[in-house]
Design a protein around this ligand. Structure first.
Ligand code: SAH
Length: 396
């Protein structure tokens, strides 16, 4: 097996069981390896540390499959890891309770570069690194066998594949296209999921529990849902008895999906819903001029800072929308505000939101700290897994 020899001192992050090995940590590769091949990782003194997948084009040159330096990386390895990931969700009752569940959350499930989301009997799989790209057949086979899913769609078209030198791969990897459009029941609300053209794997499963919280807070309130995508928060707010729900997104297809979702839920009062295709930054400024006010505002923007390098510009954008949000709240109103940027930690995000409240002249308190649901676990040794953070804030 090819050997990846680290520079002196660079074994430390592996002792902490962090699975990424950066280009700058590597002394040299002994032997030859093609992208995705398994390599033995050795400390500078030759001590074996781990087995990892080789990614020659990426800054993250290798991702650890196992910290057992003798582990055999084969089809059975992937069956065991996929089985463990599915069993974790089953043990929490998630598989029975929800149509939409993340089955594999990358590094935090011991499978770097692998995302698998289940929507009913369909799984959408996303492979983002050279390692899993090489083991595609094993991963698809394990998922199909262990879940009994009727079909698996591969949606490996994320931008990060470019950084790995990998071309996009999309298509049905197991089974055939379903006869009817896909939809899921999320806590009593029916939502369409477009695995082929939707964002990411088709839907944002990470906000499931937080949408439910919106429903609990919505009764009789006027709700503004910014960056609504297909209306997940909006529909839960309607289900919770919101007086009215105004939802904004800049994407026409997302809003068409939102309208279609509302039509699939005849129990919800469509007359209370309004959809606006606009840039949130501009729309909130117009609302401010018009002196409009809301009781509950959801801010769930896209990733403004994909990495720490973008943190400063992202911080300004978060500050801007949160400031506008605070200004548009009625007394006693709630701001439910999120960041899904890896480059912005919880502490920084809280500082930004606090600064926005000060500038808006509002006193406010945090009622809850919010995160992704338990099907998006965060491995303790992989803090990067905790990308989604949110605050439920109430103003005076
Ligand atoms: N809250 C959603 C997920 C939001 S994803 C849910 O629960 O499913 C982010 C959304 O922001 C995307 O739908 C994208 O189209 C939209 N978006 C990105 N930039 C925007 C902008 N400047 N103004 C309005 N919408 C924007």
């Amino acid at each position: 097996m090819p050997e990846l020899l680290l520079k002196p001192g660079k074994e430390r992050s592996l002792f902490r069981r962090h699975p990424w090995i950066f280009e700058g940590s590597i002394e040299r590769l002994v032997g030859r390896a093609r992208p995705g091949d398994t390599v033995d990782v050795l400390a500078a003194d030759g001590r074996p540390l781990a087995r990892a997948a080789w990614s020659p084009r990426s800054q993250i040159r290798a991702r650890v499959w196992s910290f057992d330096a003798q582990a055999i990386i084969d089809d059975a390895f992937f069956r065991r890891r996929v089985d463990a990931a599915v069993a974790r969700r089953r043990a929490m009752g998630l598989l029975a309770a929800q149509d939409g569940v993340r089955l594999i959350h990358g590094e935090s499930d011991g499978l770097p570069g692998v995302i698998a989301d289940r929507y009913g009997d369909t799984i959408c799989l996303q492979l983002t690194a050279a390692g899993p790209d090489k083991w595609r057949k094993a991963i698809v086979g394990a998922l199909a066998r262990l879940t009994g899913a009727a079909r698996i769609y591969e949606r490996s078209d994320s931008d990060v594949r470019g950084l790995e030198g990998l071309a996009p791969v999309t298509g049905w990897a197991h089974g055939e296209a379903p006869g009817a459009p896909l939809s899921i029941d999320e806590n009593g609300v029916r939502l369409g999921v477009d695995v082929i053209d939707g964002h990411k794997t088709g839907f944002y499963l990470d906000q499931r529990d937080n949408r439910l919280l919106t429903r609990e807070l919505a009764a009789g309130r006027s709700v503004l849902n910014c960056f609504c995508y297909t209306g997940g928060f909006s529909l839960q707010a309607l289900a919770g008895g919101a007086g009215r729900v105004l939802s904004i997104d800049s994407s026409g297809p997302a809003l068409a999906g939102a309208r279609a979702n509302l039509a699939m839920n005849p129990g919800l009062d469509a007359a209370r819903a309004e959809w606006l295709e606009a840039d949130v930054f501009e729309a909130l400024r117009v609302f401010r001029k018009e002196e409009r006010r809301f009781d509950l505002i959801v801010l769930d923007p896209p990733k403004f800072a994909p990495s720490a390098a973008h943190a400063e510009r992202a911080a300004r954008a978060y500050k801007d929308i949160n400031l506008l949000g605070f200004r548009l709240l009625n007394p006693g109103g709630y701001l439910m505000t999120y960041s899904c940027s890896g480059g912005i930690g919880l502490e920084l995000f809280q500082k930004i939101v606090a600064g926005a409240a000060v500038d808006a002249g509002r006193d406010a308190r945090i009622l809850r700290r919010l995160a992704a649901g338990p099907d998006h676990p965060v491995a303790l040794h992989f803090p990067e897994g905790e990308y989604l953070k949110g605050l439920l804030v109430q103003v005076d």
